[in-house]
Structures are given as C-alpha cells and as structure tokens.
Design a protein. Sequence first.
Length: 146
Amino acid sequence: MAVAASEDAVRSVVMDYLEGWFEGDAGRMKRALHPEMVKRCRGIEGDDPDALETLSSCDMIEAAGDGEGRREDAADRRIEIRIDHLSGGIASAQCFCHRYVDLLHLIEMPDGWKIVNAAWRQGGRQEPASFPDRCCAGCRAHGRAG
C-alpha cells in the first residue's frame, strides 16, 4: 500500500511539473520543484552546441508563469511517465511528451516529493536504446565486460 501511494505521489508531482509548464501555472510548477532544483540540457541556446545550459527552480517557475510552455502546447501532449526507481525516499522517472524528454530525480521531503534534478532534450518521444544484457555500460561490477 505505501509503495502504491508513493508511486501515485511521484506521478502527481511529475504531472504538476508537465501540466504546470504547458498550462502556464506557476503554482503547480512551484509545488513540483525543490527550491534548489537544477535542470540541464546541452546546446539549446547560443552558438555553442556543446554548452551545458542550466535552469534553476526560479527560472522554471517564472517561465511557466510567463506562459512559455503555453506556446509549445498541443491538443495531444502524449504524456508518458515511467518510474524507474522508487525506494528509501528517492525516485527517478522518465517523462515523455510531444515536445520534450525529461529524466527526473525526486526526493521525498517533509512537505512531499520534489523534483531536484532534471536532464532534458527537445524533440518529443523516441524510444531509448535498450541494453538487455547489461545493467550499465561497461559493467564490471556485476561480472560482465562492456
């Protein structure tokens, strides 16, 4: 029962993040993010395609409130949330929609689950590469050579 409740709570936070963005709801975005959250991507703005760009919690809340996500909205957002890990007060989730892919880390705080890290890219959903015979690239810890 506790795991199901935690899973529902994590999904709810991720939906606040996604829907807060596309609906221009700064309150939902603020509820989803830890004040020290960082969101990173590679080479979206500027002239360096390899520059690591960082957004803060404040940047995201302000941008949501300014309606930046509304300009990117679609009738069918095609939202899919995959929770990859949920245990001991930490979680990781993959979020896919019509516009973005987000890889999120969440921590359970006294006031609920909060997104603390995000890595993202533009371009909507694409299936990730699958590595069925390895737990990680070049894994030696589990007796497999990469």
